[in-house]
Design a protein around this ligand. Structure first.
Ligand code: C2G
Length: 129
């Protein structure tokens, strides 16, 4: 079984998130998502509208997602890859190059972001109403 992992906040889930989850799953048989905790979001200077438990529940309802684990820090990826026997690490290409060090442990794939949509855009649009 070919296992894939990706990470993110996945707040205000939108079709850009669904696109990357679908394409990540297409690279293997089992998709693990490392979901940023609320505390880690603070470290990323991101505040999510939905708390971790709600974002986790929504992700777990998506057919492309097989397992959701917490992402507490920047350093856990190698441990996660080894612990979950991951074949391929996937991120959107806004992160291109940032995680190449993981190629010592698994394949690293950056996929094109979906243009024109982001959680930030949604929040800004709603705030301007
Ligand atoms: N994404 C995308 N297209 C968009 C928006 C997001 O492909 N229009 C992708 C991002 O490239 C990322 C994933 O969806 O791979 C999750 O995006 P975010 O929730 O914004 O995650 P981020 O804040 O980038 O956190 O350790 C890695 C970090 O946790 C990534």
């Amino acid at each position: 079984m070919k296992k894939i992992i990706t990470y993110g906040t996945f707040d205000l889930l939108h079709y850009g998130h669904v696109n990357i989850l679908e394409r990540a799953k297409e690279l293997g048989d089992y998709l693990v998502v490392g979901l940023s905790t609320d505390e880690f979001n603070n470290l990323k200077n991101k505040s999510s509208f939905f708390p971790y438990e709600h974002r986790k529940r929504i992700l777990e309802s998506i057919k492309f997602v097989d397992e959701v684990i917490g992402e507490q820090n920047w350093e856990q990826k190698i441990k996660d890859i080894l612990k979950h026997d991951i074949d391929t690490f996937v991120m959107g290409d806004d992160w291109k190059g940032k995680f190449d060090y993981l190629s010592d442990y698994c394949k690293v794939v950056y996929l094109p972001r979906t243009q024109g949509i982001s959680s930030t855009l949604i929040k800004e649009h709603l705030a301007s109403k």
